[in-house]
Design a protein around this ligand. Sequence first.
Ligand SMILES: [Fe+2]
Length: 234
Amino acid sequence: MAFDGEAFVEEIRAELVASGRTLDKARWVERVVQGEATKEELVGWARQHYHGVTYHTRRFLSIWLGRIPYEMTESVIENIGEEVLGIQSKSGHGHLHWLFQFTRALGAPDEVITTATPNVEAVLSESFLYNLAHQRPWYEFQFGASLGIENQIPPAYIRAVEGFKHHYGDLLEPDDYAFHTIHIMVDEDHGGHVGEFAERYLDTEEKRRSARAAYFAGAEATRRCWDAYEGVSW
Ligand SMILES: [Fe+2]
């Protein structure tokens, strides 16, 4: 029987959901939903996301861009354009700007994040993403980063934004969590065509195994990075 890409993607997604390790169940998200996350914890999460992913996104996407089939380059360039310049969201700024808008609104000086020594979870997340971009078979990034991370972002941030609206109104204006609302919008598409992608490029059992491994590693590395938010003060 021919390989069914949609079924492959559905199966690994369902397995991640069943494990309870999706990003929408991350500790800071649960605490925001309950209105229990402190300012320090929220800045701690932003610190983790900065060192583990966001500071490096433009670099690892640019590295990957040089290794992918030509027909995929346009959407990755679009992704970099949004990440660095906000071209898709037309938000006038790249994502780092919006991440600091969030932490400044919470009262934290930027140095709490920029001069922090990255913890093990942040370094592992960053290193894994560079490993995919530089070193691993090119198609793994599609599973370890696009499907394993980006595609999980909208459901996680939808929960967080609900929590911000309900419990943090005296602290945060909508612009202050634009980092989250922008990602709900721009990341929605990043898992959309992975079934098709799998059918086209994962044409051996070996490739499917390595794509699967990258998916679970990317999702779990990010989850651990997000959950290691403790220790911030100013
Ligand atoms: Fe981003």
